[in-house]
Design a binder for this molecule. Structure first.
Ligand code: HEC
Ligand code: HEC
Length: 155
């Protein structure tokens, strides 16, 4: 009985050893470069340095009609939580005229089933879920994308 269990243990070790070798092969990118470089899947790649966000500038042209416009100013430290929403202190209808910020559009008052509320709808409350700040960065993948013709002069 003792010998049998010993054999089982040795066999088990052999099997698990070979499956580790197999796994390592699966993790190997084979030299193929993806957006995260030629890093193997089981390796943690060093994070890229943070990009410098544009300081205040005029609105940035949109590329298609329903694009959430990108944020042309810094937003560091702008709190958006259950109790307060820093973005709305400028972009809310109440303050927009005074601050010179674009008013949030009517779509931001609509609920999921098309009801229009008297204040920003919960689904449009967390602004940075859709609106991102911009940095001067090289495109990750080269492309020849051009905005639709009707938006070309939006600069
Ligand atoms: C201190 C006031 C202020 C605060 C706070 C603020 N913004 Fe702005 N925002 C502006 C102004 C001013 C503009 C530029 C408007 C212009 O030049 O036409 C702008 C522009 C924008 C635009 C571009 C609009 C367009 O038509 O392209 C977006 C998107 C935006 N802000 C999102 C945000 C978000 C999201 C937050 C919160 C994280 C935020 N803003 C907080 C003042 C503010
Ligand atoms: C679920 C995504 C989403 C969220 C969340 C969201 N937005 Fe938008 N936003 C959009 C889209 C899409 C557009 C462009 C089309 C439109 O007006 O609906 C837009 C347009 C805008 C514009 C330009 C309006 C105009 O008249 O051109 C401003 C300013 C803006 N959003 C600010 C905000 C602020 C401030 C918040 C947070 C209170 C917010 N958004 C939350 C998707 C979103």
């Amino acid at each position: 009985m003792k010998i049998l269990s010993l054999i089982m243990i040795v066999l088990g070790m052999a099997v698990s050893g070979s499956s580790i070798a197999q796994d390592q092969e699966e993790f190997n990118s084979g030299g193929l470069e993806t957006i995260r470089g030629a890093t193997n899947i089981d390796e943690t790649r060093k994070a890229e340095a943070l990009k410098r966000v544009h300081k205040d500038r005029n609105p940035i042209a949109r590329n298609y009609v329903h694009q959430p416009p990108v944020v042309p100013h810094q937003t560091r430290g702008y709190r958006v939580d259950k109790n307060s929403n820093k973005c709305l202190t400028c972009h809310g209808w109440k303050y927009a005229a005074e601050t010179g910020a674009t008013k949030v559009s009517l779509t931001h008052f609509e609920t999921r089933d098309g009801k229009v509320l008297s204040d920003v709808s919960p689904r449009r409350y967390f602004c940075s879920q859709c609106h991102v700040t911009q940095a001067d960065a090289r495109p990750l993948v080269e492309n020849t994308f051009k905005p639709v013709d009707s938006l070309m002069n939006n600069d």
